[in-house]
Design a protein around this ligand. Structure first.
Ligand code: HEM
Ligand SMILES: *[C@@H]1O[C@H](CO)[C@@H](O)[C@H](O)[C@H]1NC(C)=O
Ligand SMILES: *[C@@H]1O[C@H](CO)[C@@H](O)[C@H](O)[C@H]1NC(C)=O
Ligand SMILES: *[C@@H]1O[C@H](CO)[C@@H](O)[C@H](O)[C@H]1NC(C)=O
Ligand SMILES: *[C@@H]1O[C@H](CO)[C@@H](O)[C@H](O)[C@H]1NC(C)=O
Ligand SMILES: *[C@@H]1O[C@H](CO)[C@@H](O)[C@H](O)[C@H]1NC(C)=O
Length: 320
């Protein structure tokens, strides 16, 4: 009897921690996962970078008022116009295409927030990374939060600021490092790292934590007279492959963003993130395992469930 009570209590704890479940749509939309997979595959076939862009959308959604698709709402007060997203977040048309395909298969039951979570998972898998069961049942929010989006982690943030921003949404230091490994795919604009190339923080020299042999090619990609919109791969070695090369790069001073390299090179990294970077650089399986765990945690940030929010018909606008 006592055992039964304890087990019931433990099960309740699990339920309380997450109301999401892998089989949430198994009756209401049995083809959901295959429809999303097909559409993500089509989008990536047209442009490989789209895998990275879709993965990033889920992150930028979850960090602002939870995973509620608030990022997708159009409008001048929307999150799309916040500095971290403007001319940067991309893939919104692909989300529309996926949503339309899902709606024609099962109308009015699948949230845009869940589509973001599934598309992120599929993007990782189709880039050669790990896979996992996506927990589902999120509902879509009714409001955007532009100031919240302006507070997303910045490439110019110090490591303690980044750790603090992750802690706010319940993610710890292991999650910071594992999720930063998403930068094994995708691109970054010159405006977000070119300050490291010449006169870094007024020192008259490049960022000393940046491998000097990488500087000429970055300068060539980011000429002084260009507008900052040129791009380079976040993982210069294997830009489209989801692997642990990002961490090998950090060990070699080849992280592109200051916020990447700081995970290995800053003083605070010494007792926090550096040993995790080293572990992942030599052990891809541990990285993949921790990445999956952290993605599931990130996908569980304050989801709207039950009767909260709504199932948006068009991901760009709340239902009328
Ligand atoms: C640790 C804090 C983070 C910072 C400061 C950061 C910052 C950035 C910046 C500045 C870019 C380039 C944006 C541009 O060029 O306009 C970028 C790209 C990207 N980020 Fe992050 N990021 C962080 C964490 C994450 C996380 C947690 C994920 C996903 C799990 C992620 C996924 C990506 C991807 C895939 C790209 C490439 C997108 C594309 O090519 O379209 N990042 N990030
Ligand atoms: C917007 O996000 C900020 C966090 O950056 C939070 O303090 C604020 O409560 C949010 N506003 C709304 C309306 O959710
Ligand atoms: C972070 O949380 C995970 C569980 O999600 C745990 O396994 C890991 O040890 C934690 N890391 C730190 C540094 O506390
Ligand atoms: C670097 O920047 C600092 C402050 O912004 C400035 O005083 C200095 O002259 C610059 N040095 C070079 C070599 O451009
Ligand atoms: C980058 O391009 C956008 C339009 O595509 C433009 O509005 C913006 O000013 C450019 N960025 C910079 C730093 O010049
Ligand atoms: C690491 O060191 C800093 C400053 O010395 C300290 O504030 C922080 O609590 C330490 N973190 C850990 C995880 O030991």
């Amino acid at each position: 009897m006592k055992k039964f009570v304890i087990i019931t209590f433990l099960m309740l704890c699990v339920v309380v921690r997450s109301q999401l479940s892998a089989d949430f749509y198994s009756k209401s939309c049995p083809n959901l996962l295959s429809v999303v997979r097909r559409e993500v595959r089509n989008a990536i076939k047209l442009e490989m970078r789209m895998a990275a862009s879709l993965l990033r959308l889920h992150f930028h959604d979850c960090f602002v008022d939870g995973c509620d698709a608030s990022l997708l709402l159009d409008g001048s007060d929307g999150e799309k116009f916040a500095a971290p997203n403007l001319n940067s977040a991309r893939g919104f048309e692909v989300i529309d295409t996926i949503k339309n395909a899902v709606e024609s298969s099962c109308s009015n039951v699948v949230s845009c927030a869940d589509i973001l979570a599934i598309a992120a998972r599929d993007s990782v898998l189709l880039s050669g990374g790990p896979t996992w069961k996506v927990l589902l049942g999120r509902r879509d929010g009714l409001v955007a939060n532009q100031s919240g989006a302006n507070n997303l982690p910045s490439p110019f943030d110090s490591l303690d600021a980044i750790i603090a921003k992750f802690a706010v949404v319940g993610l710890n230091i292991t999650d910071v490092v594992a999720l930063s490994g998403a930068h094994t795919i995708g691109l970054a604009r010159c405006a977000l790292f070119s300050n490291r190339l010449t006169n870094f923080s007024g020192t008259g020299a490049p960022d000393s934590t940046l491998d000097s042999s990488l500087i000429p090619s970055l300068q060539a990609a980011c000429p002084a007279n260009s507008d900052g919109n040129n791009t380079v791969a976040l993982d210069v070695k294997s830009r489209d492959l989801f692997d642990n090369q990002y961490f090998v790069n950090l060990v070699n001073g080849r992280g592109i963003l200051q916020s990447d390299q700081t995970l290995f090179s800053s003083d605070l990294a010494l007792n926090t993130t550096k040993s995790i970077v080293q572990l992942y650089s030599s052990n891809p399986a541990v990285f993949f395992g921790d990445f999956v765990n952290a993605m599931i945690k990130m996908g569980d940030v304050r989801p709207l469930t039950g009767l909260d929010g709504e199932i948006r018909k068009n991901c760009r606008v709340v239902n009328s």
